[in-house]
Write a protein that binds this ligand. Structure first.
Ligand SMILES: Nc1ncnc2c1ncn2[C@@H]1O[C@H](COP(=O)(O)OP(=O)(O)OP(=O)(O)O)[C@@H](O)[C@H]1O
Ligand SMILES: [Mg+2]
Length: 424
């Protein structure tokens, strides 16, 4: 996991509880003191994929490591390439390459007649402006390879589109965040706007078959920017679950994946029909994994890891909890703040019986910005309560908002930027 392991503490705990010895490959220095890993190798940031694969394969040979694993979006393709080199036929790099590229996802959905939107991939502002006339405003513009909604915007006319395309081109050129490798044919995607409700669905593919973990409600985001917040469980509209799981199943079938974690985001069009926003061969980040387990019992990381080393389907399910009807309500809220961080801890929020965990992301001295300047959060707070009736989902959301206010996150206004050459 090249960028960070912060988001995946629960996933790592599961691997450790299964008795696995972990060797971390990362770009982040200083993790060799983290006792969860038997060994840590730091590679330079932004290595070309082929070189990173060679480095990983060399470590597996030296250390007798059998399998590569990741939970991070930007590493799914690399990890599959490593597993292929290790001789694992279940690794399907082609599926991960599609998942890493929003343009290829749209082409894939078209090809297989799956619910998608009108779209155009572009590699220049002129191309973008021409394509926009065909799709019609308002429309969504986004980078083909980013995450955390970075660069995603709803635009209502050509002037705005031009500005947004310029920003995306800059992100693509910068190599920032390992999103773009420099080898991409196009950097931006224009899409028809889906105005309705949005969900994110997680599951696991075992022996080519999709198993649902749960459908997570998301806060409605009307645009123009899409800062995400309030991921709640269980799904408010369980009657729609079979339809949504059916779309996931169809995607998985055509991807021809054998074993993988799987996430798909869907949003309703003006007629209320769910269409795919994006999908990936990994699961939702952060505390969603633990919340799916708390709410529905099923442990997708355990099942996935068991499948990687198993001969048959039965063996994987032996002793495991199947997916259960909802038994708890959970909510994740992102601590959005603006300014320079002085302190960032859970504070009094941790004393609440609803408190599950707080993952601080920002460090003292970091500057936090809101969209469109930045998509920064101080941290991610997860809370839980009982589930007896649908109104409990609203209740746990209100609890999350209240505990967010009790976090010990102190920020001060950022100093104004100095005029060019004014630093003297
Ligand atoms: N065609 C669309 N219509 C309506 N909203 C959209 C569309 N595409 C994206 N969005 C909104 O923007 C958000 C981010 O878009 P998308 O998932 O494509 O980018 P991302 O950077 O991979 O996001 P993340 O990593 O946060 O999931 C979506 O969750 C959705 O709310
Ligand atoms: Mg997304």
């Amino acid at each position: 996991m090249r960028k960070s392991v912060l988001w995946h503490a629960d996933h790592i705990d599961t691997l450790r509880a299964m008795g696995r010895e972990l060797h971390l490959l990362t770009e982040v220095p200083g993790l060799d003191v983290d006792g969860r890993f038997a060994a840590v190798t730091v590679i330079p940031a932004g290595l070309p994929v082929r070189e990173a694969v060679d480095r990983a394969v060399a470590i597996t040979a030296a250390e007798g490591i059998g399998t590569a694993l990741t939970f991070a979006e930007t590493d799914i393709h690399l990890t599959s390439l490593v597993n292929r080199r290790l001789g694992h036929a279940w690794a399907v790099p082609e599926a991960d390459a599609i998942a890493r590229d929003k343009r290829r996802q749209r082409e894939f959905l078209d090809e297989h007649g799956l619910p998608t939107v009108r779209h155009a991939a572009v590699s220049s502002t002129a191309e973008g402006l021409a394509a926009a006339e065909r799709i019609g405003y308002p429309l969504i513009v986004k980078p083909t390879h980013a995450a955390f909604s970075r660069g995603v915007a709803l635009v209502s006319g050509p002037e705005e589109l031009e500005g947004r395309l310029g920003d995306i081109e800059e992100l693509a050129r910068s190599g920032d965040g390992n999103y773009f490798t420099g080898a991409e044919r196009t950097y931006a995607l224009l899409e028809e706007f889906l105005p309705g409700e949005e969900v994110t669905l997680d599951g696991v593919v075992l022996f080519g078959r999709f198993h649902l973990a749960g459908v997570i409600n998301k806060m409605h985001m009307p645009g123009p920017y899409f800062e995400e917040d309030f991921y709640t469980l269980p799904f408010r509209r369980p009657e729609l679950e079979p339809e949504l799981a059916g779309i996931a199943e169809a995607v998985v079938k055509h991807l021809r994946v054998e074993h993988c974690l799987f996430n798909i985001e869907l949003r309703q069009d003006a007629d209320g029909q769910f269409r795919v926003v994006e999908f990936s061969t990994r699961m939702s980040g952060g505390q969603n994994y633990r919340n799916l387990r708390e709410v529905h019992g099923i442990d997708v990381v355990r099942l996935y890891v068991k499948a990687l080393g198993a001969d048959g389907h039965e063996e994987v399910w032996a002793g495991e909890t199947p997916r259960l009807p909802a038994r708890r309500a959970t909510c994740i809220t992102y601590a959005y703040r603006t300014g320079v961080v002085l302190r960032n801890t859970p504070g009094q929020a941790a004393l609440s019986p609803h408190f599950q965990s707080y993952v601080p992301v920002a460090r003292p001295g970091d500057r936090l910005r809101r969209a469109p300047e930045g998509y920064d959060i101080a941290g991610s707070l997860s809370v839980a309560g009982p589930y007896r009736e649908p109104a409990d989902v609203d209740r746990i959301e209100a609890v999350a908002a209240e505990l967010d206010r009790r976090l010990d996150v102190l920020v001060v206004p950022a100093p104004p930027a100095l005029p060019a050459g004014g630093a003297g």
